[in-house]
Ligand binder design. Structure first.
Ligand code: NAD
Length: 335
C-alpha cells in the first residue's frame, strides 16, 4: 500500500459533513494512510471567512491535485452564482465522469445497468450567462466551442480505451440547435473517426431518454454537453437506486475533485439520515486513482455485502438506520 497521501477535503453544505465524514471514516478503517487537508467552501466558508469560495481552497486543491468534496448549496433565483460551477471552471475540471452501475441486491428498476456518463463541464447553457434584454425578456447564452468539444470527446474515447468500453453514444439536439449542438457533434465525429474500434452512435436527447428508461442495457458510455449531462446523469442514477448511490469525479489536466451525484439536501441535514454511498463510492474512485486499488476493492466488497444482506440500510434504500449505523456496518464488513 502506498501513501501517505495528502488530500483536500471539502465537507460542503447540508448533508455534506455527514456523508464526507462517513467516507473518511471508512477509508481510515480500510487502513489507507491519508492526511486530510480540510478547507472550507460554501456556507461554512461564508460564515467564517466572508466568502463562499476562498482562495485557500483552490490553492489546496491545486497543490494536492486530488480532493474529496461534499455538495454545495446553490439557492434558486437571484443571489450568488453556483460555487460548484465556479470551482470546476477555476480548476479547469472539464470532464465530469459518472459511472452508473447496478449494485447487486439493491432494489432498483434494473439490476444489469453498467453505464458511464461523460459530461462536458465548462460551457453550454450551464455557464449561467444570462441577462435581461428588456423587462420581461431574458436571454440565456449557450456557448459551445470547438476547443472544449474536441477536448471532451478526446477524453471520452481515451477513457473508453483505458477501461475497455466498446461503444460511445452522443446525446444531442442538433436537429433544433443546428449550430451549437451541430458543432459538438462535428467534433465528436472527428474524434470518433480516430477510434474505429469503438462503436459510435448519435441520438436525439429526447428519444435517448425514452430508450434509457426502457432499455438502458443497450448503452455503454454516454457523452454529452453540460446541461444534458447534468439531467441525464440523475436519470441514470434513478435506474440503479437513486441519486444517493451514484459516485462521480470532475477531472482536469491538473487536478481531480471526487464528489457524489446528489446535492446538499438541506432538509436532510443534521438528521443523520443521508445515505453516504455516493460519497463512499466517489472515494473508491479516488483510491483507484491514488493506486490504492486493494483498499478500494475491500470497501466496495464490504458495501456490496451490506446491501446484499439488506438488513442495515438507510431510508432511501428501504431501511431505517442512520448514516452512522450504515457506515459502521460497512466498516464491520471490511475483511
Ligand atoms: P439533492 O440531491 O440535494 O436532493 C434531492 C432529493 O434526493 C432529496 O430530497 C432526497 O430525497 C434525495 N437525496 C439526495 N441525496 C441523498 C442522500 N445522500 N441520501 C438519501 N437521499 C438523498 O437535490 P436538490 O434538492 O435539487 O438540491 C439541493 C441543493 O444541492 C441545491 O442548492 C443544489 O444546487 C445543490 N446541488 C449541489 C451539487 C454539488 O455540490 N455537486 C449537486 C446537485 C445539487
Amino acid at each position: 500500500m502506498g501513501g501517505p497521501h495528502t488530500i483536500t477535503l471539502i465537507e460542503g453544505d447540508g448533508i455534506g459533513p455527514e456523508v464526507t465524514g462517513a467516507a473518511v471514516e471508512v477509508i481510515g478503517a480500510a487502513g489507507v494512510d491519508i492526511h486530510w487537508e480540510k478547507t472550507l467552501v460554501g456556507a461554512a466558508a461564508m460564515r467564517e471567512l466572508g466568502t463562499l469560495l476562498p482562495q485557500a481552497a483552490l490553492t489546496s486543491i491545486r497543490k494536492n491535485r486530488v480532493a474529496l468534496k461534499g455538495p454545495i448549496t446553490t439557492p434558486l433565483g437571484e443571489g450568488y452564482p453556483s460555487i460548484n460551477v465556479k470551482l470546476r471552471k477555476d480548476l479547469g475540471l472539464f470532464a465530469c465522469v459518472r459511472p452508473v452501475k447496478s449494485i447487486p441486491g439493491l432494489k432498483s428498476l434494473y439490476d444489469d445497468v453498467d453505464l458511464v456518463v461523460i459530461r462536458e463541464n465548462t460551457e453550454d447553457l450551464y455557464a449561467g450567462k444570462e441577462h435581461e434584454v428588456v423587462p420581461g425578456v431574458i436571454e440565456s447564452l449557450k456557448i459551445i466551442t470547438r476547443e472544449a468539444s474536441l477536448r471532451i470527446a478526446q477524453f471520452a474515447f481515451q477513457y473508453a480505451q483505458r477501461h475497455g468500453r466498446k461503444k460511445i453514444s452522443v446525446f444531442h439536439k442538433a436537429n433544433i440547435m443546428k449550430l451549437s449542438d451541430g458543432l459538438f457533434l462535428e467534433c465528436c465525429e472527428e474524434v470518433a473517426s480516430r477510434y474505429p474500434e469503438i462503436e459510435y452512435t448519435e441520438l436525439i436527447v429526447d428519444n435517448a431518454c425514452a430508450l434509457l428508461v426502457t432499455r438502458p442495457q443497450q448503452f455503454d458510455m454516454l457523452l454529452m454537453e453540460n446541461l444534458y449531462g447534468d439531467i441525464i446523469s440523475d436519470l441514470c442514477a434513478g435506474l440503479v437506486g437513486g441519486i444517493g448511490v451514484v459516485p462521480g469525479a470532475n477531472i482536469g489536466d491538473e487536478c481531480v475533485v471526487f464528489e457524489a451525484v446528489h446535492g446538499s439536501w438541506p432538509q436532510g441535514a443534521g438528521k443523520n439520515i443521508a445515505n453516504p454511498m455516493g460519497l463512499i463510492l466517489s472515494a473508491v474512485l479516488m483510491l483507484d486513482q491514488l493506486g490504492e486499488e486493494a483498499a478500494a476493492r475491500r470497501i466496495e466488497k464490504a458495501l456490496t455485502a451490506v446491501i446484499r444482506e439488506g438488513k442495515v440500510l438507510t431510508r432511501d434504500l428501504g431501511g431505517s438506520v442512520s448514516t452512522t449505523e450504515f457506515t459502521r456496518e460497512i466498516i464491520g464488513h471490511l475483511d
